[in-house]
Design a protein around this ligand. Structure first.
Ligand SMILES: *Cc1c(COP(=O)(O)O)cnc(C)c1O
Length: 377
């Protein structure tokens, strides 16, 4: 199928058309004038930031958010005109690089703003406001303090905006609902103090926020939605049903490297954690936790082969794992195995694997390691 046959150990296929379609569907549920900032941190959630951003940029997307300066620089090379915001920490020694590459930096605290300003560059910046997550930002409990700091640095930097992050917008729990409304209200109280600055970037909604809190949000605070997970076709939380038509853009595949019959009462894998209760047929596949396949899925996860589910038996190894393929007819070495994706009528999503592994889909897709090549279709 692919010219370079070496990739057929373990590989990811990204459907960029699906990603654009997800973007369009998500956007179609928002008012016409609402803009989207594409969150492409962590190598576009493991999808590969350069190809993803090329596709988005061609589609007219102008605003991007990343987590660090390396990601920002890679994107600046391919998109000279885009707005690129670094959401997280950049060492102050990089101030000049930020300036020369026209990259917007989040200001995480007053102390950080002070240190960054000492470099003497009129950087493009946005202040993070902490409305209840206790991660980064100026504490919104004291809007007067926020105002003082924002006004001070509005003169020192080229201040472009303020933003906050909602930490339970994906929850349907009533208590979480009030917490989110309170976060939005705190953000509003800070915004109102500095509304006269006319900052172009004022934003607080992530994927879940845009889905459930758009109408609770004053329009000045919701002109931009920071869209991450659902652009890739996954849900912000297990209990959330995505809008019709949003589907995962990523498929993860591997090949069968060996098939054998294992007798009853034999052990499979490290730690002898699996004992055969009857004679079974076992396939080995060359993907393991060094590829980012969670060891939490040992003896719990499954893969898809020829439209059927096949359970993982034994511990996931560093570079390999074993699966029970008893009863799956017509298989041989070299056959394709779906780790994440669809086969026949069966679909196995990153969200589903996450629920088995006790984590979130975000971690599953970001965890697929660099040694797994990404192909674009
Ligand atoms: C990661 C992140 C997002 C995107 O979150 P999703 O749930 O993937 O939409 C938005 N804003 C900030 C500050 C983030 O760190």
């Amino acid at each position: 199928m692919y010219s370079d046959s070496r990739i057929r150990r373990s590989w990811v296929e990204v459907d960029l058309n699906k990603l654009i379609q997800n973007y369009n569907i998500y956007k179609s549920h928002l008012p016409e004038n609402c803009e989207i900032m594409a969150v492409v941190k962590a190598d576009a959630y493991g999808h590969g930031d350069v190809p993803v951003c090329k596709a988005l940029h061609e589609h007219g997307v102008h605003n991007y958010a990343v987590s660090n300066i390396d990601e920002a620089l890679a994107l600046r090379e391919i998109m000279q005109d885009a707005n690129i915001l670094i959401l997280g920490y950049t060492p102050v020694e990089c101030a000049r690089t930020l300036y020369e590459n026209n990259i917007m930096q989040a200001l995480l605290s007053e102390e950080y703003a002070e240190a960054l300003s000492a470099a003497g560059y009129r950087l493009k910046c946005q202040f993070a406001i902490d409305t209840g997550m206790n991660r980064i930002g100026l504490l919104s409990d004291d809007p007067v303090y926020c105002e003082d700091v924002i006004r001070k640095y509005a003169n020192i930097f080229d201040l472009c905006g303020i933003f906050t992050h909602l930490c339970v917008a994906d929850s349907s729990n009533p208590d979480d609902h009030s917490y989110t409304l309170r976060q939005i209200d705190h953000f509003r109280s800070v915004y109102e103090k500095i509304a006269d600055l006319d900052l172009p970037f004022v934003h607080c909604l992530n994927t879940a926020g845009g889905m459930f809190y758009y109408d609770d949000c004053p329009t000045e605070l919701s002109k931009i939605v920071r869209l991450g997970i659902s652009m890739y076709g996954l849900s912000p939380a297990a209990e959330i049903t995505l809008p019709e038509g949003i589907t995962p853009a990523l498929t993860w595949k591997t090949s069968i490297s060996m098939i054998k019959n294992v007798e009853k009462d034999c052990f499979i894998g490290y730690g002898r954690t699996y004992k055969t209760e009857r004679a079974i047929k076992v396939a080995t596949v060359p993907t393991g936790y060094a590829d980012g396949y969670s060891r939490q899925l040992s003896n719990r996860g499954y893969v898809l082969i020829n439209g059927r589910r096949a359970p993982i038996v034994g511990k996931v190894c560093m570079d390999q794992m074993m699966i029970d393929v008893t009863g799956i007819p017509d298989i041989s070495r070299g056959d394709e195995v779906i780790l994440i994706g669809s086969s026949g009528n069966e679909t196995l999503t990153a969200d589903h694997l996450a629920s088995i592994a006790g984590t979130i889909g975000y971690e599953i897709i970001c965890g697929i390691s660099k040694r797994v090549p990404r192909l674009y279709i």
